[in-house]
Design a protein around this ligand. Structure first.
Ligand SMILES: [Zn+2]
Length: 385
């Protein structure tokens, strides 16, 4: 038996609900509830079966000035933000921080202003598609079990190269467990999820690739378990909202009074005095573009962390309403994920050529299927011996 898991970033349930992918092969189809946040939270849940509060992986940047890989940048705070945030300077800061970090990892700064970086650490310092990237990950398990497996991701290849390389490996009978991570649909949908024709073109492209991979797998082994999964969907933009401006009106100063990270669908706040906490909280409560997540809601979403490192206050925008401008750009893209998982556009998918033993509803369930598949393959390895 060989197992092929293809993770297609941002393949939302709404896009394939009435337009099945490979309907003759992928007969089991389910809508999957995602984890609030971005791929940095959802994919670690898929890989580890743990919610963010347990895996520690949620939004990429979290408050930890003691251990920030950008601590050294504090010495340059005398420079004006316009110089610190110049494209070339930012690139240099990223390069040096990667070199200096204990993990020698690879990370992006996205749009976080350089003067704020020394307050934050990053939760994705290693390649998460390799063993040790996420605590108790699927890949650690495969390694322990001695299953012959391989992962393919953007760290090495484009989507097209992944599809081709995986097929080459299948033809040579190299592995029993294949994990393909295709990330490019996400970028497309951010730009053009409202272009029905363009989306259809993309879907048929991925459908063709999946069909080829399946056929190749079938030629090398009679028994193929074939799964297609995703981490979240993509919500079309309805409008933008200048949340940064609303907070700036309060005339509080960063980082003296508070810190804020403005993503496109949520803002996270840390306060350093009571006045700032009071004023910002009361301002956020007045707004109807979103709401502050309550403790009960955080618990339900699996983001009730034991400390405030991921934000003392998290303000989540209403589905389709984007923070504009945000740290991620002056203009928000046409589509975004990271709204409440109850928004139908947020849902991920699980498709397979056989009905799994358990009912699939969440990313944790999807992880269980992968983990059980790894166990089955290990038993196969033992039987052969
Ligand atoms: Zn994305």
């Amino acid at each position: 038996m060989i197992a092929v898991f293809t993770l297609i970033d941002a393949l939302g349930w709404t896009y394939i609900k009435d337009r099945p992918l490979l309907p003759d092969i992928l007969t089991y189809r389910r809508e999957v509830r995602t984890v609030l946040g971005f791929s940095s939270g959802a994919i670690p849940t898929l890989l580890s079966g743990k919610l963010p509060r347990e895996s520690g992986h949620w939004n990429l940047f979290y408050y930890d000035p003691e251990r920030s890989p950008f601590r050294w940048v504090r010495w340059f705070r005398f420079l004006p933000p316009s110089i610190l945030n110049h494209r070339v300077v930012r690139r240099g800061i990223r390069f040096i921080s990667q070199r200096m970090s204990r993990f020698g990892g690879y990370f992006q700064l996205y749009g976080v202003p350089v003067e704020l970086l020394p307050y934050f650490d990053i939760c994705e310092k290693k390649d998460i598609y390799r063993p040790g990237g996420v605590p108790s990950s699927l890949f650690d398990r495969l390694e322990e079990l001695g299953v012959r497996y391989r992962t393919y991701s953007y760290h090495q290849f484009s989507d097209q190269e992944i599809v081709h390389t995986a097929q080459q490996d299948m033809n040579e009978g190299k592995y029993d467990f294949y994990f393909l991570y295709l990330s490019e649909l996400d970028a497309y949908l951010h730009n053009a999820c409202q272009d029905a024709q363009g989306v259809e073109h993309q879907l048929s492209r991925y459908e063709k690739w999946l069909g080829e991979v399946y056929e190749t797998a079938r030629r090398t082994d009679e028994e193929v378990v074939f799964y297609v999964l995703s981490d979240h969907g993509m919500t079309p933009k309805r409008s933008g909202y200048d949340l940064v401006g609303k907070i700036r009106e309060l005339n509080l100063v960063m980082p003296r009074d508070y810190l804020a990270l403005y993503d496109s669908t949520m803002a996270r706040f840390w306060f350093f005095n009571e006045r700032a906490e009071k004023q910002i909280t009361s301002r956020l409560t007045e707004l109807d573009c979103g709401h502050i997540l309550s403790q009960a809601e955080k618990r339900d979403l699996g983001i009730d962390f034991p400390d405030d490192r991921q934000g003392k206050t998290v303000f989540l925008m209403n589905p389709g309403v984007l923070i504009e401008p945000s740290f991620f750009g002056k203009t928000a893209p046409e589509g975004m994920h990271g709204f409440h998982p109850d928004d139908p556009y947020s849902s991920a998918v699980f498709l397979s050529n056989a009905k799994p033993e358990r009912e699939i509803q969440t990313l944790v369930d999807v992880h269980q299927v992968m983990a059980e598949c790894a166990d089955t393959l290990r038993d196969g390895v033992h039987a052969e011996r």
